[in-house]
Design a protein around this ligand. Structure first.
Ligand SMILES: Cc1cc2nc3c(=O)[nH]c(=O)nc-3n(C[C@H](O)[C@H](O)[C@H](O)COP(=O)(O)OP(=O)(O)OC[C@H]3O[C@@H](n4cnc5c(N)ncnc54)[C@H](O)[C@@H]3O)c2cc1C
Length: 352
């Protein structure tokens, strides 16, 4: 069982910055995210788009913002459970919570901060009758650890950046990479399309277009797939494979959080604007996932909400300590250049 002070559901920009604000108050955080990497929408949807409304940054790429946030929270050593969706919450008699993921990982904390953005990103799955049987037995919808595919035969399906980028990457890892796309044109970046073409010419990627996977075969584990190639004539090709990775994109869903007994309005969690607590004491909702009069779905609003949430969480965890926040941060900040790992602190005067 993973134990922490603040359990943050969602490692988007809001959840990541909450770790910093909690760290200033010497509260430990652990983050759960359904995606295999931190960064939420910034990392998943628009890593190369510039953002112009982050204070102090006239322009910053979304991916770079995530990288900076990760650097900023490094001194506080947060824990991560990535590639798992928070599914259930249980309140214990002592007022703390246990949150369990779809993979059965349990987390215990006195405070739960939901920073789930648009909801958890769920993969779009191909309509293949027996695909469920092979999930985690040869079929995966996202790549968490590329080493799993070392010296294996892999088929990737899709026409966007993920399918192209992973095909390029795995060409040097897997023993055989086949990329199947239902059209001749790809939606991804032009230089990635060119790279795939070069790797095809070198015999490092087997490219099948236009085509689609129409059947999966195997006993307990996937053993082969049937690719239907649709040129002038239809041709069915049986490929012996160890892994099939359909990368058809992700769509966000509020998902299981909608059954947690929280007040929901238009797919968002209702909170007060004093400390962004929900109708369940000890459970907060910050960033894009919450709603209140005047709500704006912007990164800087998520940062503000995370800051106030942490102050309130501190008071819930230490109800007998009155404190006066004098300054925001002192010391240690120079450590952000990577030379020092000293954690910054807030000057908090705790009066027992
Ligand atoms: C194309 C585009 C451009 C944008 N440009 C700007 C801009 O210029 N400036 C700006 O301020 N904002 C911009 N935004 C909005 C901004 O990206 C969001 O406001 C911001 O990402 C919200 O951050 P968040 O951390 O609250 O949520 P998210 O970034 O959505 O992250 C939430 C995370 O929670 C995870 N999650 C949800 N539910 C669960 C669960 N049950 N279990 C596990 N994990 C879960 C998700 O997988 C996700 O990673 C833009 C958005 C888009 C789509």
């Amino acid at each position: 069982m993973i134990q922490t002070d603040i359990l943050i559901i969602g490692a988007g920009p809001t959840g990541l910055f909450a770790v910093f604000e909690a760290g200033l108050l010497q509260l430990k955080c652990h983050l759960i995210d359904a995606l295999p990497q931190p960064g939420g929408q910034c990392a998943e949807i628009y890593p190369k788009k510039p953002i112009y409304d982050i204070p102090g940054f006239p322009e910053v790429l979304a991916g770079d913002l995530v990288e900076n946030l990760m650097k900023q929270i490094e001194p506080f050593q947060p824990g991560f459970t990535l590639g798992e969706r928070a599914d259930t919450i249980e309140k214990l008699e002592d007022g703390s919570f246990i949150v369990t993921t779809n993979k059965g990982t349990q987390h215990k904390a006195p405070i739960v901060a939901i920073a789930g953005g648009l909801g958890s990103f769920e993969p779009r799955k191909p309509l293949l009758e027996n695909i469920g049987k092979f999930e985690d037995n040869g079929v995966a919808y996202m790549i968490k650890d590329p080493e799993v595919y070392r010296d294996k035969k892999v088929v990737i399906a899709g026409g966007g950046d993920s399918a192209l980028d992973w095909s390029i990457f795995l060409a040097d890892v897997a023993s055989e990479v086949t990329l199947v796309h239902r059209r001749n044109e790809f939606r991804g970046a032009l230089d990635s399309v060119e790279k795939v073409q070069q790797l095809k010419n070198k015999g490092k990627i087997n490219l099948i277009t236009p085509g689609e996977i129409v059947a999966l075969h195997g006993e307990a584990h996937l053993e082969s797939v049937l690719v239907r190639k649709k040129t002038t004539a239809v041709e069915d090709i049986k490929l012996e494979v160890d892994h099939f990775i359909p990368l058809f994109g992700l769509s966000p869903k509020l998902g299981p959080i909608s059954d947690w007994g929280l007040e929901i309005e238009k797919n968002a969690i209702k909170v007060n604007t004093f400390d962004y607590q929900t109708n369940v004491p000890g459970v907060y909702a910050i960033g894009d996932i919450n709603t209140y009069p005047g709500k704006l779905k912007l990164i800087l609003c998520g940062f503000h909400e995370a800051t106030l949430m942490c102050q309130s969480a501190y008071q819930r965890i230490f109800p007998d300590k009155k404190y006066v926040m004098k300054y925001t941060t002192v010391g240690g900040v120079s450590g952000f250049d990577g030379s020092k790992k000293e954690a910054p602190k807030a000057v908090v005067k705790a009066i027992e």
